[in-house]
Design a protein. Sequence first.
Length: 122
Amino acid sequence: MGIAISFIRIAFWLSCFVFGFLCVIPSVYLPSGLFDWWDKAQHVLAFFCLTGLGILGYPKSITKVSLGLLMYGAMIEIIQSLTGWRFGEWADWLADGIGILLSVIAFKIFIPNGLKLFKQKH
């Protein structure tokens, strides 16, 4: 395994940890609306990026990365619902799934050959 792939994998796991931590710490600035679009956009963007890192770090395991992140998003929402200061929402989990799907589609459309070469080398 090359140094680049090792760095990407470390970045992926560190990003997952940081994102998870930020999702469960107390926040006095929670959205006041029932359905805050900016919050959903943040979920889409975060899971788009996490999925991209995951695919680059584990190019032979796109399905496992995608399903793992989808379960991770569900786990975050469950944990948030168990705290007294955050709220788990199914719409956040849906936004996570949209971010994952968009990232997979982007990789399949924009760099299909590059990803195939990356799979062969690593």
